[in-house]
Design a protein around this ligand. Sequence first.
Ligand code: GAR
Length: 189
Amino acid sequence: MKIALFASGNGTNVESIIRSVETGQLTAEISGIYCDVATAKVIGRGKKHGYPVYVFLPSDYQSRRAFEEAIVDQLQQDQVELVVLAGYMRIIRYALLDHYTNKIVNIHPALLPQFPGKQGIKDAYVAGVTETGVTVHWVDRGVDTGPIIAQEPLKVDPNWELAELEAEIHAIEHRLYPAVLQSIIEGSH
Ligand code: GAR
């Protein structure tokens, strides 16, 4: 299955997906990395592994609709079947959802519906929860609201600093996301 990876920042989840493809754990073909931030570290990661990196900046387009249409054109040119959001910090609304209905998957660093939005780890930490975790879900028109595919809980040690919680969450993400993507490819969802 041809997949596209969308990211806005560091790209450690992109890296873990790429490595899973390289080791054969994930039987997907990565058509390219799509990024919406010109300075994002993920751009270098994608290039290092030899993948096309497409930087689509919203500021280059007259509207959000035109921005998403340009992305869809590239996805269709590459015959992408599944869009994988891996730290893509932008709400998807228009052409992307129309053309890839039920074909966009996202990872979120909390147990949805708890702590949606841009800082799920920090919000859970500040709230002082005893348990948080990671969610993989289909993307719909809401913010982190689509049908849940998989969740993995994590007990929070009350002595952890925020950075320790972040490290634990990312470790789960890097294991969980490639495994869930493989189960999607095998038709389990
Ligand atoms: C990840 O923790 C991901 O779950 C989160 O952004 C981080 C990206 O890290 N996504 C969201 O919060 C989406 N609402 P990475 O760039 O190192 O993969």
